[in-house]
Design a protein around this ligand. Sequence first.
Ligand SMILES: Cc1cc2nc3c(=O)[nH]c(=O)nc-3n(C[C@H](O)[C@H](O)[C@H](O)COP(=O)(O)OP(=O)(O)OC[C@H]3O[C@@H](n4cnc5c(N)ncnc54)[C@H](O)[C@@H]3O)c2cc1C
Length: 415
Amino acid sequence: MQQLHSEVLVVGAGQAGAQLALSLRMGGFTGTVTLIGAEPDLPYERPPLSKEYLVGDRPAERLAFRPAEFWTQRSIRLMLGQSVTAVDARRHEVTLASGATHRYGRLVWAAGGAPRALGVPGDILDGVYAIRTRADVDRLRAGLAEVQRVAIVGAGYIGLEAAPALLKLGKQVSVLESHDRVLARVSGPQISRFYAAEHRAHGVDLQQSVRIQGLEGRDGRVTHIRFADGRPDLACQAVVVAIGIEPAVAPLQAAGARCSNGVEVDGFCQTSLADVFAIGDCANHVNRYADGARLRLESVQNAIEQAKVVANVLLGKPQPYDALPWFWSNQYDLKLQTAGLSAGHDDTVLRGDPADRSFSVLYLRQGRVIAIDCVNAPREFVQGKAAVQCGLRARPAQLADANLPLKTLVDAATQ
Ligand SMILES: Cc1cc2nc3c(=O)[nH]c(=O)nc-3n(C[C@H](O)[C@H](O)[C@H](O)COP(=O)(O)OP(=O)(O)OC[C@H]3O[C@@H](n4cnc5c(N)ncnc54)[C@H](O)[C@@H]3O)c2cc1C
């Protein structure tokens, strides 16, 4: 069998991998480009999975970024339903699960991550689901018919988006969070309180500071959650585990790439292995908006921007990663938009009144705006991005005055 060779070989045909191939062709790259993806689907977007797709408001065909012919017309080879199991960086070669090998000029690792397991007895019973892939959501939807109550473990974005969707599907919903507040990893207490109240008002049984001991079942199927903190057992016929991902980097790590919480990359998304890059959810990078700390970002913005960084390197016009992190989450009729990274803030300023269901929270460190959360406030979000980007400093009373547009303060600070 003739060995395949690609000038650019991308492992992972998700948000980041697809964007990289696209950006290369848009930038005039004429070499061979191959995307190897473990899932059988054409590259598709994940955000609708916990939103419209879970509810059934968006069909599977409308998840794909582009139709099949788009990739063919641009000579982007898709090898779908195939996994890379090993990397030989010295030989510039990967091995697939089938045993086939594929040589590369440059390798771009865009493999995302796999849902973290609950890690308690019973977590592999039937009726336990994740929400990472289209197939995950298809399984969940197919298993819902006989289900009265779904327990969602994890009150991060995905768990909290799944809750309204499952309510809409007529299910009773419990959300179980180990932390003492929802969205604890990404937002401050004001946002947590607001969203906790919203979910409760919609009928979600939200329980915080929970310790799960195990899942109980009958005939191999989950029937209860047992707690380690004295709470009564929770009867449920389905459990959605939404407690984050483990970055999918095992083959790269085995090949010698420096890894810690994902694969470490430099400002150009280059790993410690020659001619090997990493982008998207699996890439542990230094981020200027985290005060130069290393982190992984799990967002569409990050996947797209890092793909563009690598495309520019491969096109011979390198520019380091410097993009402002931003994110969104849809729950009920609420659109949460976030810019910057709030971790490490030492002060917050509330703009507007949460009772109006349109407000924002500024996060400050040493007097500088480092992040903003906006609820149903799109204009504030646009102006807030500029405030984060310039590290706005202003008097707290000015920042808190919702009648004073952030733009006015940004303009005054940047003139
Ligand atoms: C349910 C859900 C909702 C989300 N909502 C939002 C949102 O509202 N806003 C937002 O900004 N972000 C959202 N995100 C996050 C966003 O979708 C991700 O950050 C983005 O998809 C990351 O892109 P990626 O290419 O790094 O990884 P992925 O899109 O996960 O793609 C990685 C691909 O690599 C494949 N792969 C893994 N290992 C191998 C291997 N060894 N060989 C071959 N292929 C492999 C995987 O199967 C996968 O298809 C959401 C994510 C999920 C799961």
